[in-house]
Design a protein around this ligand. Structure first.
Ligand code: NAD
Length: 427
């Protein structure tokens, strides 16, 4: 493409996290055989929407919440990605996460591009009524850019089945008929898929298990640390224990609970239900900070909380034999380089946490067909998809001498670039 001087630094999504996503793209490009025009197109999100959401609080005050939806690429189909409620949500964060979603969907060979959205708020300070009003107004603001053939939201940090039910209802009320296929991760009673709630955490463990096999180990007896005890982390911890592994520490926003001989996860679950986010106070274990927990000696460190947790600063002190990224972007570029130098394999986010979007795809297909599958059928199909992607990534990494992260990105980028090459850039 022609060189035209633009002030790239002033672009609104140009934040630290977006630069990380873009730097990973640049690192993968030389191995992905992408033409310069396609590469330049894919460096930018296709569309970024920012709105402000007015919400009447329970005490009758009005508060405006900034909110976003970024759609990175619609080359392969409608865009897909979560909605998060978090005090740090920004356009740049959504743009980075949308780009990763594009590579993830393509790597799994799902007919989707990537998107991400969110509302900048502190969900822990909002009542269920306030969250409902926030969700409904956010959905109404985003009506022009979402839809079953355009962009299909799903849950992410601090959003859940209930959030998706409110989104589906708001969208359907505007249309005048039920449109279950506009969101995924819904309750089963309105068209959700069985096994969607467990899919991301279960997929994380499918990938860890496959990596153990390739490395000549079994999951049985592995000592695991899990950061984040939410929708992804709690299920991953349970699945690890169900396969004979020992979970020695789990954490949430308050800190970590650590028991050298393994935690009783059922008791931890009960504590979390009763005390919401207060794991550090769990009486059956030692409490420690999230920072200390990341540095505990273990076989597998599962990151299932948020981005930028392993950095150039703490990566030299990590004592895990393997890192599995359940969260999106939990390792910085500097952290990644240190782990690579130390020979600690990192199972990358776009592969490891892809179980969620894969079963979301199954949910959308079932909704469109108005025909629903059993739990076992869904689990078997997920395992097939995850194993196929894992094997392609492992073999590419071996063949080209790349890290697993670069191989996953290269595999995803090749799929998108191939499609973009065939379609061409309009007009
Ligand atoms: P969640 O809100 O259910 O859980 C997040 C967990 O992280 C909670 O236990 C929370 O207390 C903890 N946490 C929050 N801030 C923290 C902090 N500063 N330090 C330590 N822990 C903190 O969210 P989730 O859906 O489980 O998502 C977790 C990660 O997985 C996110 O990066 C998300 O993008 C990614 N992910 C989620 C899905 C999905 O299907 N839910 C799919 C793919 C990727």
């Amino acid at each position: 493409m022609a060189e035209i001087e633009l002030d790239q630094a002033s672009l609104e999504w140009d934040t630290h996290l977006f630069r990380t996503a873009r730097a990973q793209f640049e690192q993968a490009l030389p191995h992905a055989a992408v033409g310069e025009a396609a590469a330049e197109r894919l460096r930018f999100p296709e569309r970024a929407t920012m709105v402000s959401v007015p919400v009447r609080l329970d005490d009758d005050r009005w508060v405006m919440f900034p909110a976003y939806r970024v759609q990175h690429s619609s080359v392969l189909g409608p865009t897909k990605g979560g909605i998060r409620y978090d005090p740090h949500v920004s356009l740049g964060e959504c743009a980075a996460l949308a780009m990763w979603m594009t590579w993830k969907c393509a790597l799994l060979r799902l007919p989707y591009g990537g998107a991400k959205g969110g509302v900048r708020c502190n969900p822990r300070e909002l009542s269920p009524g306030e969250l409902q009003r926030l969700t409904r107004r956010y959905t109404a603001e985003m009506m022009p850019v979402i839809g079953p053939q355009e962009d299909i939201p799903a849950p992410d940090m601090a959003t859940d089945e209930q959030t998706m039910a409110w989104m589906m209802d708001t969208y359907s009320m505007q249309k005048g008929y039920a449109v279950p296929e506009v969101v995924t991760g819904k309750p089963i009673s309105i068209g959700g898929s069985v096994f969607r709630a467990e899919a991301t955490g279960a997929g994380v463990v499918m990938v860890i298990e496959r990596a153990c096999e390739r490395l000549g180990k079994t999951l049985d007896g592995q000592r695991c640390v899990v950061q984040g005890f939410g929708k992804v982390g709690a299920v991953a911890a349970q699945e690890l224990v169900a396969r004979g592994a020992k979970v020695v520490a789990v954490s949430d926003v308050s800190g970590a609970a650590y028991a050298r001989d393994g935690l009783d996860l059922e008791a931890v679950e009960e504590w979390v239900v009763l005390h919401r986010h207060d794991l550090v106070e769990y009486p059956g274990a030692e409490g420690c900070s999230n920072e200390e927990m990341l540095e505990l000696p273990c076989d597998v460190l599962v990151l299932a909380a948020l981005e930028e947790q392993l950095t150039g600063e703490n990566a030299p002190r990590i004592q895990a034999e393997m890192v599995a990224e359940g969260a999106n972007g939990p390792t910085t570029l500097e952290g990644d380089a240190v782990l690579a130098e130390r020979g600690i394999p990192v199972l990358p986010d776009i592969l490891t946490n892809a179980g969620g979007v894969t079963v979301s795809y199954f949910e959308w297909v079932q909704d469109l067909g108005r025909l629903f599958w059993s739990r076992e059928e869904t689990r078997v199909r997920l395992r097939e998809k995850m194993s196929d992607a894992f094997d392609r990534v492992w073999e590419l990494a071996d063949e080209v001498g790349l890290s697993l992260r670069s191989a996953a990105l290269v595999a995803g980028i090749r799929e998108v670039a191939g499609a973009l090459g065939a379609r061409g850039i309009y007009p």
